[in-house]
Design a protein around this ligand. Structure first.
Ligand code: C5P
Length: 247
């Protein structure tokens, strides 16, 4: 499909204006994979198409569940048509089980289960390694209104439980999940950005040794061709599995 001018470029995607509709934008999913705030970076041919397919599968499910998202269409595997948003510079993380940075901050929480899912906010700032930020700080720093913070918590939990239930039908445990929000031109808060295999921890049968997500790449001591092929195979499996959620 035809693309407009570049609005922004990140590590894993390029955001284009829509050629004719100012209310839309087009995401192009790149083949890059990075970790450690960009300290580790590789290219895996075909990863962008898998990211686009997984994102489309996830957002179609959320839209069917009645959650307000930016997703409009995926005309090609590497392209996502979305409602144009002004992004809120926060990573909103929902957790059912303590893992990753939460366990590092709260080692005593090992084995706990959060019900409802715990919600944490991180400020998007690579130079400061995305520091955690409280709801009060979000409001006093003018990043979002109190009503928006409330909505991000409620919608974040709804996104989590919707995806958790979908993964459960495939006997996969959704451990945690990161999403981002944007404001549409009318000010509505929408679930935006991408949600793909870089965005969550997913453990088949609840077994961390069988993880299918990006953590495999983050954990690798040395990244060689074999590791990249293994990472690709897991991303391909996740694109196929999330495709089974289509009704
Ligand atoms: O590292 P941490 O435990 O805080 O990550 C929580 C969840 O958020 C994980 O599923 C991770 O993949 C995701 N995440 C992300 N992008 C980041 C940081 C975390 O998608 N920059």
């Amino acid at each position: 499909m035809e693309l407009g001018h570049v609005l922004s470029e990140g590590k894993t995607k390029i955001v284009y204006a829509h050629p004719t509709d100012p209310d839309l934008a087009i995401l192009f999913h790149k083949d890059g994979i990075t970790a450690g705030d960009g300290a580790r970076r590789h290219v895996i041919a075909g990863k962008g198409a898998l990211a686009g397919q997984t994102t489309a599968n996830v957002f179609r499910l959320l839209n069917r569940a009645g959650i307000a998202t930016h997703f409009v269409d995926a005309p090609e595997p590497t392209l996502t048509v979305v409602r144009r948003c002004v992004m809120i510079p926060l990573e909103v993380v929902m957790r059912r089980v303590p893992a990753g940075s939460y366990l590092r901050r709260h080692p005593e929480a090992a084995g706990q289960r959060f019900d409802p899912p715990l919600v944490e906010f991180f400020l998007k700032d690579d130079a400061r390694h995305d520091p955690q930020i409280t709801p009060d700080e979000i409001v006093t720093q003018g990043i979002a209104t109190p009503a928006e913070v409330e909505q991000m918590i409620t919608t974040g939990q709804e996104v989590f439980t919707t995806l958790e239930a979908a993964w459960a039908t495939l006997d996969v445990t959704l451990v945690d999940l990161k999403i981002e929000f944007g404001r549409a031109s009318d000010g509505t808060l929408l679930v935006a950005d991408v949600i793909d295999n870089d965005s969550w921890r997913i453990w088949p049968g609840g077994d961390p040794n069988r993880m299918l997500d990006k953590q495999v790449y983050r954990n690798a001591q040395v990244v060689d061709e074999d590791v990249l092929a293994d990472v690709y195979a897991r991303y391909a499996q996740v694109a196929e599995l999330t495709g089974r959620w289509e009704v």
